[in-house]
Design a protein around this ligand. Sequence first.
Ligand SMILES: NC(=O)c1ccc[n+]([C@@H]2O[C@H](COP(=O)([O-])OP(=O)(O)OC[C@H]3O[C@@H](n4cnc5c(N)ncnc54)[C@H](OP(=O)(O)O)[C@@H]3O)[C@@H](O)[C@H]2O)c1
Length: 340
Amino acid sequence: MTSKFLKSALADFNGASILITGGTGSFGRQFVRFLLDNAKPRRIIIFSRDEFKQYEMQQQLGTAHEGVLRFFIGDVRDRTRLELAMREVDYCVHAAALKHVPTAEYNPIECIRTNVYGAENVVHAALAAGVRKVIALSTDKAASPINLYGASKLASDKIFVASNNLSGSVGTRFSVVRYGNVVGSRGSVIPLFRKLIGEGATELPITDDRMTRFWITLRHGVEFVASCFAMMQGGEIYVPKIPSMRVADLASCMAPGLPQRVIGIRPGEKLHEVMITEDDSRQTFEMDDRYVIEPAFNWWQRQAYVDLGTQPVPDGFSYRSDSNTDWLTSERLAALLQNP
Ligand SMILES: NC(=O)c1ccc[n+]([C@@H]2O[C@H](COP(=O)([O-])OP(=O)(O)OC[C@H]3O[C@@H](n4cnc5c(N)ncnc54)[C@H](OP(=O)(O)O)[C@@H]3O)[C@@H](O)[C@H]2O)c1
């Protein structure tokens, strides 16, 4: 299913102007590369705060795409700046976020300013500029959140879904993509294990032997988000079907035979992640490669999804990293690590 919609999205991106908030982050860089390699957009606007990250990205991309790329310094907390950046933009991916659980716990209002007020600003700026479609990135931590990062992303999800009620004749559509741990993204456990292994560590720290997580590669995440642009009507939360693995098994695959030391689960961490709760499942429909949590709008027309052959998930369904039927074997993990 992804490939059909991916093709359609790439055709839509030809000649279009696309803005990525958080364009210098792990997702943003890969998404920009993907656009440059697979479509011919008129403009790609990379919106973020730190000039050095933008400079580095500019150096990496070289001069071949100078005419297309715009490096726009700005903060999603600053609505006026966002409005300027969004002028004549057709599509927007909102990837900017504060995403570290302990950082959000220690600096709660900073997390709320970026992740919640930032979401509101993106919505207002997109409506003011008449952007056609906006996709906001979310995380499994937003489903039944137990930490502020997750709660702030849940608030952001709600803001984006509800904003479809504000677009009126402007017609801007807002949807959300929610996924789990990105293999190899900045600050995640895989680069940490790699660093420790590289430094000759004699053991790897594991929070809890039972802990499981969903895993997705950046490449898959980027293609999935692109495909959602072609499928979205506004208000959907898209969840890709992705595999799970125990963190302890991941450590064993990365360093076979290296001892593991259980350091205990950290405050705000779950033993297992959930992407779709049992309560959300009443609004959830299944496709071959994804779940779609449909919005509860009274104007929602689900015919397009009926035509795609979507099926409601069974009563009592939940999509959890421990009861997931798709498990990563060490061979599959090795392949993912080689080609993230
Ligand atoms: N990585 C994962 O495992 C994962 C999993 C699920 C969902 N997600 C979601 O995916 C999205 C992208 O994640 P990522 O891994 O690419 O994050 P990342 O590598 O940490 O990048 C974050 C980006 O946001 C920018 N940013 C942060 N605060 C900003 C602000 N106030 N205004 C403008 N830009 C700001 C950063 O650049 P500056 O600091 O220079 O501004 C950077 O470009 C996030 O929404 C995250 O919640 C990530």
